[in-house]
Design a protein around this ligand. Structure first.
Ligand SMILES: *Cc1c(COP(=O)(O)O)cnc(C)c1O
Length: 430
């Protein structure tokens, strides 16, 4: 595969942007090799500046559930562009997308749009604190909620429940208000609530943790979380930036039948444009400025181009057909892949249109149970898979996404190529 143009542009980019990128994982640091510079996307494929084609399992990290350049999304965007890009004033498009989401998600009666998932989560936490009058929040090790200061937290050492900054530049004074617990540990959760429940503003959890592997939680754990937060007067925030409109119209809260107090969105609801949102009951949401005391604002919030792309995307998903097809395609693909690798050294957990390839015999349910050696296997395999024309996200901790543009035929070929590479890599292991 020729990659000279990518190489050259990447080198130039490194001179003007830290690591040559605007978001760190894109730099391919974990997997080695240089990132491919992308020129265009079409359907299930990405094309780089050297003319190479890749079957895309990253899909811009989740937003593109319809694939690249869906004609209806493109048309909605073009139509809005002719009318102007932004006004800093209210539009009907905002109302339409808000109303659409509220009609589909029981827990959301009122919603506010922002420009990224990070911003949605940051604002939801402020709202939870403002509503409850409490400062403490609880998150889980292995869940990612964007890069706001109070969520860049790792578990403290030993018995310390309160978090340590996981990034330079984050004051301990801020992370000391964030507690961190392991996922899937009912005992730790109970203990924590017994000691701290009445000081807790909110618990935040990913709908299905999918930013540090795919760590599908049990219904029991999720129900317990709901019961404990209710009992102690803390809010439950479900971060559905990935799972919202990925796990069906109702997202993870419908999947678990666990209604959260606040939901955060991003990715799919923007149809590929920069968007986030958070919503909940009218009672809680009315604490937001201009009605209430919790301040929150944004120059480009509810941007009409983004609202149009989001609405066009969600409308295509509304009858549930695409979800059913995606789930079936994913099931078929995963079982095909696994059947090709006898004496399995990998696990491929999947849910809806998400799957994760992990070189590990026992399926992990918490971050602490992910084997770093298994991740190293994925990372070593990444480049040869890429050179075979398959674009996996460039880190073993990242999950893969299918889009409606992926066909069974494409997926069968991909299963062959992946199986070949996985076997080669597994050989080195044995
Ligand atoms: C991607 C993501 C975020 C952050 O969204 P950005 O738009 O990247 O700021 C937050 N939470 C979850 C669960 C995510 O997957």
């Amino acid at each position: 595969m020729k990659t000279e143009k990518s190489q050259k542009i990447y080198e130039l980019a490194c001179q003007v942007m830290p690591g040559g990128v605007n978001s760190p994982v894109r730099a391919f640091k974990s997997v080695g090799g240089n990132p491919r510079i992308i020129k265009r996307g079409e359907g299930a494929y990405l094309y780089d500046v050297d003319g190479n084609r890749y079957l895309d399992f990253c899909n811009s990290w989740g937003p593109l559930i319809l694939g690249h350049c869906d004609p209806d999304v493109a048309e909605a965007v073009k139509k809005q562009i002719d009318l102007g890009l932004t006004y800093g004033a209210s539009t009907e498009a905002e109302y339409k997308l808000a109303n659409f989401i509220i009609n589909k998600v029981d827990a959301v009666e009122s919603i506010r749009f922002v420009s990224s998932g990070t911003e949605a989560v940051m604002s939801a936490i402020r709202l939870a604190r403002g509503y409850t009058g409490r400062d403490l929040i609880l998150k889980f090790d292995g869940c990612y909620h964007g890069h706001s200061d109070h969520l860049l937290v790792k578990a403290g050492s030993g018995l310390a429940t309160f978090g340590q900054p996981s990034s330079a530049g984050v004051p301990e004074a801020i992370t000391s208000h964030t507690a961190v617990l392991p996922l899937n540990d009912e005992e730790a959760l109970n203990d924590f609530f017994n000691k701290n429940g009445d000081k807790l503003a909110a618990v935040i959890i990913e709908g299905v943790p999918a930013n540090n592997g795919l760590l599908i939680q049990s219904h029991e754990f999720m129900r317990m979380l709901r019961a404990l937060t209710q009992k102690h007067g803390a809010l439950l925030i479900m971060d559905e930036v990935i799972t919202g409109f990925r796990l069906g119209m109702g997202g993870a809260s419908a999947y678990y039948a666990v209604p959260p107090d606040l939901v955060t969105y991003g990715k799919i609801i923007g149809g590929g444009m920069p968007v986030g949102a958070f919503g909940g009951s009218t009672e809680i949401m009315n604490k937001l400025s201009p009605l209430g005391p919790v301040y929150q604002a944004g120059t480009l919030s509810g941007n009409p181009v983004a609202m149009s792309a989001g609405l066009a995307t969600l409308e295509k998903l509304a009858d549930g057909k695409i979800y059913a097809e995606l789930e079936e395609k994913n099931r078929r693909f995963v079982s095909k892949l696994i059947s090709k690798i006898n004496g399995s050294v990998i696990n491929v957990p999947g849910i809806a249109s998400i799957f994760w390839i992990v070189f590990q015999k026992d399926l992990p349910r918490s971050a602490g149970n992910i084997d770093p050696d298994g991740i190293a296997h994925f990372n070593r395999m990444h480049q040869s898979v890429l050179n075979d024309g398959i674009y996996l996200p460039p880190s073993g901790y990242e999950v893969c996404f299918l889009s409606a543009a992926h066909t069974d035929e494409m997926l069968d070929d991909a299963a062959d190529i992946l199986a070949k590479n996985i076997k080669q890599e597994a050989h080195r292991w044995e």
